[in-house]
Each structure stands twice: as structure tokens, then as C-alpha cells.
Design a protein around this ligand. Structure first.
Ligand code: NOJ
Length: 751
């Protein structure tokens, strides 16, 4: 009996010892951190770390850019604790690479700190969603968040912890290629989208392995690039910075974004990766951000090219002391930084602060507890049925119906013969759009395939490419004209390739490429009813199309489910509800053109030359901000502003009745704009302050209500403080930034 008890005890001891050994092995170092708070764990680690290791944490390398020798070198650095993060693992073998590198970092490096792996998951991972600019046209925050959570689930299952998204730069210039990655021109809309995306990527708990650490970029004002040229100078006043460019970052920080990326640009003479004012005074001191900042690719070394730093050491010192914590691909700068700390030129306190912030996020992201990713996970997650359904939903809701004369759309599924023409009609790759994550063209449903599936079997679908996207050949025109003539109706799928927008892809012309303009004119000349489906990564100046083509559907770059979404709309299975979040100019000469401009002392007036206008074209846009049609119609009635006189600090309630006056169910984005008529600094002619997306059955009416707080009416005064001033305000509630019912209210000072 005793012997049995003893052997059981012995067995238990062995099991306990084995378990202890295994658990020590799994997270071999750092030990003894379990019970401490995150802040205590950080301090404990910091005390042990050498300066090489600390600077290692601040170092991020791109994995994909290297040869096998280079990869060996990077593995060695990981084992020595001289790297804190990698970006761009190799598609297809990400998890394997991640787990190997993570094992080296956690088991061989002196402090055993896990690596964090980043990637540009901008609008989906394998399930590619519409570009962010398109997504903003949904005006649907829950769906935008859902798209981000799908992207997070897929990318995290494939070995990533961190996305360099959302990009929350305000973009007022469609020449700038990166407008595609933005949420458009409006600070309010971009702010609510920034918060929604952060919620979507990061979930409720950053330590949940299905989430990604979000990164607000590019901090800040990168979208103000002069002449729309990427990486260009940004000349932005402190007020414009705070009122226009910073709000989406602040909203993202308030939503809990764990990281930010400093940009390539300068702001009024100070490059952002060396800009203490934005990185420390505003971000840390004012906003209390406690996560970390990573600099954009090589932007620290580029402080030298800007003429802001003398050499690598100077650049590193300026970046680190300004508030950059992790440096993306500027190895030489970090080597110099090490030397500068050793010689006392840079205080170790600066380095400790950066490392603290990085470790904080690594702890919050659960990397110390779950350093590895299950290699079998991604198979069941990536491109799941549910993810593809969400992508189709998002794509449908992102598209904007720009024109629909005589209700040409929707089409009947029993149409006898339909011609489908254009370089984007049977195209997979270009529908993905810029920065398409791990997207593959083979996953994309083309317009041609989706339309064929929608049509009844007896309907004929004729197809001709007509021309390429940008080449000069018109050889395919004859065939295109021939099939147009044989058909009852023509769908023309035209626009930009995925390469025509995105980073480093600014354009000086905003027209359709020449060859496509010619094709559209040729087909139009056949006299057949023509519907244009326009694919693009930016607003295009399409005045000719607007004047001559009866129906235009803006599909943007819609992602893997793009073809299905186009077909859903063309055949009326979905009633379009998207509204523009960026103004469409008539011509590139009007750029920058945005709805929330100032009034000036001489606002434009017809036939009055000495007002703020052009002599050769109207000052108004082709399509305004907020614009988009539906297959039904909505009527706005009974605008009530209650009370219409308030004491500063009190809220105002605005209500309006919206009725579906057409024959189909539809969704409407009810938009609320205000204007502060007189203030101590001039105010925009209109500012979006709220919106509601509602669904209405035919003839159904809904009362829509908004509450406006004093805080929402604040602006940056002459002392650069956000204040709300008493005075008179106008208010509009309507379907876009031009139309709507108008009311007013007054704010009086407290007694
Ligand atoms: C440069 C881009 O500006 C940035 O947006 C991106 O996240 C990094 N490269 C990493 O790919």
C-alpha cells in the first residue's frame, strides 16, 4: 500500500517537473514575469537588457527583400536580440518563417523577447475588400469594422500580428495616388472610420490571437502633398493641421490604436520622422498615447535627403529624440544611435522610453504568452464562405451610382442580347486595387463571369475587350463595335488599372486613359443604350461621360467579389446606396477641390469676374461630396431644430422626416452639415457633423434625429485652443453636401 502511495507521489512529482520543464521551454525566457503587471514586467526586462538589445527592439527589418545570405544575417540578429520586428514575410510560407524566427528570438536571444510581425493589410488579406476610399462610400461603420476584423482573422492566421493600417490621411487632391487608401476628404468621416477600423482590427482584446495591432498612418498631413506628388512637401498651418489632418489620428488613438507610423513628408519645414511637435508634444503630451511609433520605410535615413540631418547618427538622434520608437529599415541609423548612446551624446533614457512603449504593445498583444501561430489554422480561415460574403456585401455598398437617366438601370435578367465591352470587363488583377495584401488575381470574380451567372440561360452575352487599359492599340475597336451593334444594350467596363493609384502612383491627368476615351466614344456612336461601369482608385474627371452616357456606376477597385457586386447592382438584386466621400472635379485644373472650403471675401458668382472662380470652367464640382443615387427616391420634410436658441454647452436636437417615395426598398445616407456664420477665425462654408444610414421600404417614412453638442461645433481659435463661440449657425440635413433642408440656430453665452 505504502509503496503504491509512494510511487503515485513520485509519478506526480515527475509530472510536475516535466510540466515545469515544458512550460519553461515554451517561453524559455523571460522567466518569472507571470505574476507582475505589464509595467513591472517591462521594468524588470529593461533592467537586464544591454544597449544593443534595447536598440534591437527599436529595429525593424523587411524580411522579403533579401537573399538567403541576408536572411541568415537576419536570423543571426534575431538570435542576438538585435531586432524587434520584421515586416513582409514571404507569401505562402509566412507561418513557417514566423515560427522559426520567433523560436530563435524567444529561445536564443539574451532576453527572449518575442518579435512582432507586420504587414500592409490595407483592405483585406487574401479576401481582398474594396479599397478604403470605396469602403468609406458605404458610410457604414459596423460593416467597415467587420471588414477589418475579417482581414485581422486571415492575416493573424497566416503569421502576422500587426497591420500598417488604417491609413487615415485626409486626401483633398485626387492626383495623389494614395487617395485610394484614404477615407476621403472629410475630417469627421475619416475620424469615425479610423475608430471603426481600429475596433475591427484590434477587437475587444488585443491579446486575442485573431486580432491585429493597428497602425494609424501616416502621421501626419501626408495627404497634403503639394501638387499631388507622392512624398512631396506639405505646407500646413498649425490650425489646418489640428482641424483637418489630425482629427482622424486623435479618433484612432482614442479608439485604442496601439501604434502610429510617422510619414515620409515634412510639415512646414520639419520632416515628420523628426518632428517632436507632432510626435511628442501632441501625441504623447496632449493625447496621452502610450503605444509606439514606427517610422515609415527608410524615412529616418531620409532625414538626410530632406536636408534636416547631417548624417545617419544625426538622423537617428533627431528621430529618437522627436519620438520615433521603432525604425523601419534604416539599419545604419540605428548602428550610429548605439554609438551615440555609448558616447553619451544621446541619453539612454530616450532609448528606454522607446523600448518601454514597444514592449508594452508586445505584452498587450499577448506575444509573450502566445509567440507562435498554429501552422494549420489559416486553411480554415482564409477565403472562408463567410469572409467572401462579407466582401460581397462591402463591395455592393461601396459602389456609387453616379447617373441613371430614365431609370435605365436596373437591367432585366431576360434581356435578349447584352454586350459587355472594355478592358476591365474580364479582368481579375486590376479589380484588386492597390496594396492588395496577400490577394491573388485568381480569387477575383470578374464582371463577365458574374453577369453571365445573373442572366437567364436564353439571354446572350457578347464580350469584347475593345482595348487595353493604357496602351494605344485600337485594333479591338471593330470587334467591340460589331458586338455592340448586335446587342440591345451595352455595358462598358472602363477605368484605371490597379497600378494607376497607390503609393508612388500620382497622376497629373485625371481623365480616362486616351484609348479608353476613344473606345467609349465609338461605342456611344452606335446609338445603343450604354451603361458605364467605372473602376478606379481615385475620382476621375469624366465630364464627357456625364454629359453623354445615360448610366454610370462607380465601382472603384472593388476586390475579390467585385464582379458579383457589380452584377448585383446592375440587375437590381441590390439597390445602390454608396455616397461619394471625395469630390469629383470637372477637370484637373480645379484641384484641390473639396466641399468644406472657406467662403473667401469674394465667393464665386455667375458673371462676376472679380470673384473666386475660373474664366474657362465652372467652379462647381462634377459630382459633390456626399452624392450618390439610388433606384428609389427619398423625400426630406419637416426639419426641426430644437431648441433653436441655446446657451453655450447645451445640446441641440435636429429631426427630419425621410420618406422613400419610389417603388423599391432602399438605403439612404442622411447627412447633417453646419456652418458657423461668424467666428474669431473664418469657418468652412459647410462641415459634416453627423450622418445616419437608414433603410426604407417603398412609401415608408422614418424620423431621423441627431444631437449636436457644443464640442462638435468647436474649432481652433487664434490661441490654437479648441473652443465653441456663441453666434449664429446654419444647418442643413439632406442627401449630399449640396442639397438639403436648411435651418438655423443661435448659441448665446452663459449668463
Ligand atoms: C511605405 C508606405 O508608405 C507605408 O504605408 C507602408 O506601410 C510601408 N512602406 C511598409 O510597407
Amino acid at each position: 500500500m505504502k509503496i503504491r502511495t509512494l510511487s503515485i507521489l513520485l509519478l506526480i512529482c515527475v509530472i510536475i517537473l516535466c510540466a515545469a520543464y515544458v512550460s519553461a521551454g515554451a517561453g524559455q525566457r523571460p522567466q518569472g514575469l507571470k505574476k507582475l503587471s505589464i509595467e513591472d514586467k517591462i521594468e524588470k526586462l529593461l533592467r537586464k537588457m544591454t544597449i544593443e538589445e534595447k536598440i534591437g527592439q527599436m529595429t525593424q527589418y523587411s524580411w522579403r527583400s533579401g537573399s538567403e545570405d541576408y536572411h541568415k544575417h537576419l536570423r543571426r540578429l534575431a538570435g542576438e536580440g538585435k531586432v524587434g520586428s520584421f515586416l513582409n514575410l514571404t507569401p505562402g510560407i509566412c507561418v513557417k518563417e514566423r515560427n522559426e524566427l520567433q523560436k530563435i528570438a524567444t529561445e536564443q536571444s539574451p532576453s527572449g523577447i518575442p518579435l512582432i510581425f507586420g504587414f500592409d493589410v490595407i483592405h483585406g488579406y487574401r479576401t481582398v475588400f474594396p479599397i478604403p476610399l470605396a469602403q468609406s462610400c458605404m458610410w457604414d461603420l459596423d460593416l467597415a469594422a467587420k471588414a477589418a476584423s475579417v482581414a485581422a482573422a486571415e492575416a493573424s492566421s497566416d503569421g502576422y500580428d500587426w497591420t500598417f493600417a488604417p491609413m487615415v490621411d485626409i486626401a483633398r487632391d485626387p492626383r495623389w495616388g494614395r487617395i485610394a487608401e484614404s477615407f476621403g476628404e472629410d475630417p469627421y468621416l475619416a475620424s469615425v472610420f479610423a475608430a471603426a477600423k481600429v475596433r475591427g482590427f484590434q477587437g475587444r482584446n488585443l491579446a486575442d490571437p485573431r486580432t491585429l495591432v493597428a497602425c494609424l498612418k501616416h502621421y501626419a498631413a501626408y495627404g497634403a502633398a503639394e501638387a499631388g506628388k507622392d512624398y512631396n512637401t506639405c505646407e500646413v498651418s498649425e490650425r489646418t493641421l489640428r482641424e483637418v489632418y489630425l482629427p482622424p489620428f486623435k479618433a484612432g488613438v482614442d479608439a485604442g490604436a496601439a501604434t502610429l507610423m510617422s510619414g515620409f513628408n515634412e510639415i512646414s519645414g520639419i520632416p515628420t520622422s523628426g518632428n517632436r511637435h507632432i510626435l511628442t508634444d501632441i501625441l504623447r503630451d496632449e493625447w496621452k498615447f502610450d503605444g509606439f511609433v514606427v517610422s515609415d520605410y527608410n524615412s529616418v535615413a531620409q532625414l538626410i535627403t530632406h536636408g534636416f540631418a547631417e548624417d545617419y547618427g544625426d538622423a537617428a538622434q533627431k528621430a529618437a529624440t522627436a519620438g520615433v520608437d521603432m525604425v523601419m529599415e534604416s539599419e545604419k541609423c540605428l548602428k550610429e544611435l548605439q554609438r551615440l548612446v555609448k558616447t553619451g551624446k544621446v541619453s539612454e533614457k530616450v532609448i528606454d522610453q522607446a523600448v518601454r512603449r514597444i514592449l508594452r504593445i508586445k505584452f498587450r498583444a499577448g506575444l509573450f504568452d502566445h509567440p507562435y501561430v498554429d501552422p494549420n489554422l489559416s486553411e480554415s480561415v482564409i477565403l472562408s464562405k463567410e469572409h467572401l460574403q462579407t466582401a460581397r456585401e462591402v463591395a455592393k455598398k461601396s459602389m456609387v451610382l453616379l447617373k441613371n437617366d430614365s431609370s435605365l438601370l436596373p437591367l432585366r435578367k431576360d434581356i435578349k442580347t447584352l454586350a459587355l465591352i472594355g478592358p476591365l470587363a474580364d479582368n481579375q488583377k486590376d479589380l484588386l486595387g492597390t496594396w492588395a495584401g496577400a490577394g491573388r488575381s485568381g480569387d477575383v470574380v470578374t464582371v463577365r463571369k458574374a453577369i453571365r451567372e445573373k442572366l437567364l440561360p436564353q439571354s446572350r452575352l457578347l464580350y469584347a475587350k475593345g482595348c487595353g487599359i493604357q496602351d494605344d492599340s485600337t485594333e479591338g475597336f471593330n470587334e467591340a463595335v460589331k458586338i455592340a451593334n448586335q446587342s440591345d444594350m451595352v455595358i462598358l467596363a472602363v477605368g484605371e488599372s490597379e497600378k494607376m493609384s497607390g503609393e508612388g502612383h500620382s497622376r497629373a491627368y485625371l481623365d480616362l486613359p486616351e484609348v479608353q476615351k476613344k473606345l467609349v466614344k465609338k461605342i456611344h456612336a452606335t446609338g445603343k443604350p450604354v451603361i458605364v461601369v467605372l473602376f478606379s482608385g481615385r475620382p476621375l474627371s469624366i465630364s464627357w461621360l456625364k454629359e453623354n452616357i445615360p448610366a454610370i456606376l462607380l465601382a472603384w477597385h472593388p476586390g475579390v467579389q467585385g464582379g458579383n457586386a457589380v452584377a448585383d447592382i446592375l440587375f437590381g438584386d441590390y439597390n445602390p446606396s454608396g455616397k461619394l466621400t471625395t469630390t469629383f472635379p470637372r477637370t484637373v485644373g480645379q484641384v484641390p477641390i473639396y466641399y468644406n472650403h472657406k467662403n473667401t471675401g469674394r465667393p464665386p458668382r455667375e458673371k462676376d469676374r472679380y470673384t473666386s472662380r475660373y474664366i474657362d470652367i465652372s467652379w462647381t464640382p462634377l459630382f459633390p461630396f456626399g452624392y450618390g443615387l439610388s433606384y428609389t427616391t427619398f423625400e426630406y420634410k419637416n426639419l426641426k431644430v430644437n431648441p433653436n436658441k441655446i446657451v453655450l454647452g447645451q445640446p441641440i436636437t435636429v429631426t427630419i422626416d425621410v420618406q422613400n417615395t419610389g417603388e423599391r426598398a432602399g438605403e439612404e445616407v442622411v447627412q447633417l452639415y453646419i456652418r458657423d456664420l461668424v467666428a474669431s477665425v473664418t469657418r468652412p462654408v459647410k462641415e459634416l457633423k453627423g450622418f445616419r444610414k437608414i433603410s426604407l421600404k417603398p412609401k415608408q417614412k422614418k424620423k431621423v434625429s441627431f444631437t449636436i453638442t457644443s464640442e462638435q461645433l468647436s474649432f481652433c481659435n487664434q490661441e490654437m485652443k479648441f473652443v465653441t463661440e456663441p453666434g449664429d449657425f446654419k444647418i442643413w440635413v439632406g442627401p449630399d453636401s449640396v442639397r438639403g433642408l436648411q435651418g438655423d440656430f443661435k448659441i448665446v453665452p452663459p449668463k
